[in-house]
Design a protein around this ligand. Structure first.
Ligand code: ZN
Length: 190
């Protein structure tokens, strides 16, 4: 659910204009940013379920997507935001980073561990919305619509560019997110 995470970040950016867009976008995907090198080195893996495709995988991201791992990454993002842009930005970036885990908790099949490396072998977490893939995609699309609308509205109050330019920016963001969701649905991307 790449697109859903980005959409949530766009909605947050709309309400917290002092935090740069790039920072909320990186924060919302920080767990997956960490996942990439661990995946490439075989430490974290994806096992396809059935035909694979959209939401069709058990994701063993036992470090980056463990609850404690997510909290650590969120604390790092919060610390970074605090140092660069002050306390409010720190809170926002920490929360946005952790929102990735919360959204993943909704869709993942129970594959999210409590502790890094699934230490202690506690029961893993995940509500498994991906098992009804169309419903997960509809939920993600709803997130995209809300995030894009909030972002578009927030643009109306800032800067001195005209409404057409702002409409184009908002439209492009919406299109990009829908394209990302479509790529995800058709099995390209994560
Ligand atoms: Zn993730």
């Amino acid at each position: 659910m790449l697109a859903g995470h980005f959409a949530l970040a766009a909605g947050v950016k709309a309400r917290e204009p002092q935090v740069p867009l790039w920072a909320v976008m990186v924060a919302t995907q920080l767990l997956d940013v960490g996942f990439v090198p661990l995946y490439l080195s075989g430490i974290e893996t994806i096992v396809p379920v059935g035909a694979g495709g959209y939401g069709g995988g058990i994701i063993h991201a036992n470090y980056t997507h463990s609850l404690v791992g997510a909290l650590i990454l969120s604390a790092l993002a919060a610390g970074f935001g605090l140092r660069r842009w002050g306390r409010r930005a720190g809170v926002v970036l920490g929360a946005v980073t952790f929102s990735h885990w919360v959204l993943d908790l909704l869709v993942h099949r129970a594959d999210l561990p409590w502790l890094p490396g699934n230490w202690g072998n506690f029961p893993t977490l995940g509500l498994g919305l991906w098992q009804i893939s169309w419903l997960a995609a509809v939920a993600e699309l709803a997130l995209i619509v809300v995030g894009t609308v909030l972002y578009g509205r927030s643009l109306a109050n800032v800067g001195n560019r005209g409404p057409v330019a702002k409409g184009v920016v908002t439209g492009l963001m919406g299109l990009l997110l829908v394209a990302l969701l479509a790529a995800d649905w058709f099995g390209i991307g994560g």
